[in-house]
Write a protein that binds this ligand. Structure first.
Ligand code: NAP
Length: 435
């Protein structure tokens, strides 16, 4: 029997699914001791700090993560940051393989004038702010204006727009950060406009997200019927299944009876942002109006200016680079997960970029782990332990995390919430050590 020592860096869905694949593919000849390293004191990555709090069902995958974590050959090293507390060279030396599962946390930039004005934010900051990520708790989120513009036509833009447009009372029963609920309750925003640079048929939303919009109890949802009908006509019968499904969900929205709530979420297609206007603070966004011609997006030459006091761009992410790990085009430079010439592998968004839903990471990680196991031809290394590299460092173990988790869930119970997240790093570390 040989036990190979595997480090997984990043405790998000891709990291857990990589651990699960190692557990599933272990044989009596090749067994695995898995050490998961996470820079925060809390695991679960985007399931904790990305998934919209009004989507609790998606978060139930955390039960799978906890099963993986307690399967016996798994250790959590929370509050340990690669690059700060340990180096890639150290990991590569000690472990038979190092799996990078650090995701994509940097919001892509629009690259237009005015983008850095006050009240122009990236979803990469706004989303972790309302999800109680310790690094974003002090983000300044100006909600003192009537209109907010959200740029992008993916599920993150949809989450952001919905969070801004729903009645904040609907968040009381969720695990939204308390600081964010308080701010949403005094928010003056009543009109949220989601702006897509291409047509309804090109939107990256998924149909379930569109289908839930009419269920918003306190928000008018507006899509232009002529625009959606034109998209349906353009794609015809031969459209891909996902596109058809999206368009039929949009058609339902356009054919509903009008509602008359205080809050409105409006979708505008075929407008591409060219400038954020304002002196110090965002005052408007200028868009070039597009049209679809022979299946291509072309500018009409017209310009539309939308006055707003807040703009949030949700146009995708790129991975943060890691010292000692090759990086290319916003991802870890890899070939089907292998980082050539090393014992490093990449999974999830760090490997393929920010695409797919949480479940996508399961098959993706499993494919990479099969290659990793194929590559394990030498006998296992028997060098040291990560703890020996971190003398005196406050490590949050699985047991420590379970204490944090239990406290958060208990705090939530009395308030009818799934949990109340601790948001302060010092408090999280304190809870991890509690009796
Ligand atoms: P995404 O799905 O790739 O969408 C990015 C959007 O930004 C696209 O509509 C893109 O338009 C637009 N965009 C890019 N550059 C732009 C620019 N310069 N100006 C204007 N628009 C621009 O990315 P995402 O929304 O960040 O989501 C990432 C992944 O997470 C996706 O796979 C998503 O499905 C997933 N996710 C899933 C859920 C869920 O299941 N509920 C929730 C959140 C996220 P073009 O198409 O024209 O490039």
């Amino acid at each position: 029997m040989s036990t190979y020592r595997i480090a997984i860096v990043g405790a998000g869905p891709a990291g857990y699914f990589a651990a699960q694949a190692l557990q599933n593919l272990a044989t009596p000849e090749k067994e695995f001791a898995i050490d998961m390293i996470e820079r925060l004191p809390t695991p679960w990555g985007l399931v904790r700090s990305g998934v919209a709090p009004d989507h609790p069902k998606i978060k139930t995958v955390s039960k799978v993560f906890e099963k993986i974590a307690t399967a016996g050959n798994f250790r959590l090293f929370g509050n340990v940051e690669l690059g700060r507390d340990i180096t890639t060279d150290q990991l590569v030396d000690i472990y038979d393989a190092v799996i990078v599962a650090t995701g994509s946390s940097l919001g892509k930039k629009l690259g237009i004038p005015g983008e850095d004005l006050h009240a122009s934010l990236s979803a990469a900051d706004f989303v972790p702010w309302y999800n109680a990520h310790p690094d974003y708790k002090d983000l300044e989120v100006p909600l003192d204006c009537e209109t907010a513009v959200v740029i992008g036509a993916g599920n993150v833009a949809m989450d952001v727009a919905r969070m801004l447009a729903l009645d904040p009372g609907e968040l009381d029963a969720t695990d939204t950060a308390h600081h964010a609920i308080d701010r949403f309750k005094t928010s003056k925003i009543r009109r949220v406009i989601l702006c897509a640079r291409r047509g309804p048929e090109h939107a990256a939303f998924t149909a379930p997200e569109l289908r839930e919009l009419p269920k918003l109890e306190h928000t008018n949802v507006i899509m232009n019927k002529a625009e959606v009908d034109a998209a349906i006509a353009r794609v015809g019968e031969n459209a891909e299944k996902d596109v058809k499904s999206n368009l039929s969900a949009m058609e339902l929205i356009t054919t509903r009876d009008e509602t008359f709530h205080d809050r409105t979420l409006e979708f505008k297609f075929l407008i591409a942002p060219t400038e954020v206007l304002g002196d110090v603070r965002t005052e408007a966004v200028v868009f070039a109006v597009n049209k679809v011609e022979d299946g291509k997006i072309v500018p009409t030459g017209e310009v539309e200016t939308i006055r707003c006091g807040l703009v949030i761009s949700a146009i995708g992410y790129s991975a943060e680079s890691i010292n000692g790990v090759p990086y290319k085009n916003g991802k870890i430079d890899n070939n089907e997960g292998r980082v050539e010439g090393t014992n490093i592998y990449a999974v999830g968004w760090a490997k393929r970029g920010p695409s797919g839903v949480i479940g996508t990471n399961k098959s993706d990680a499993s494919d990479v782990i099969k290659l990793l196991i194929e590559d394990l031809t030498n006998s296992p290394k028997k060098k040291g332990d990560i703890s020996s590299l971190l003398p005196g460092h406050e490590i949050v173990t699985q047991e420590g995390w379970e204490k944090i988790n239990a406290t958060e869930v208990t705090r939530g119970e009395t308030l009818g919430k799934p949990r109340v997240k601790a948001v302060d790093l010092a408090e999280l570390l304190y809870l991890a050590k509690s009796k």
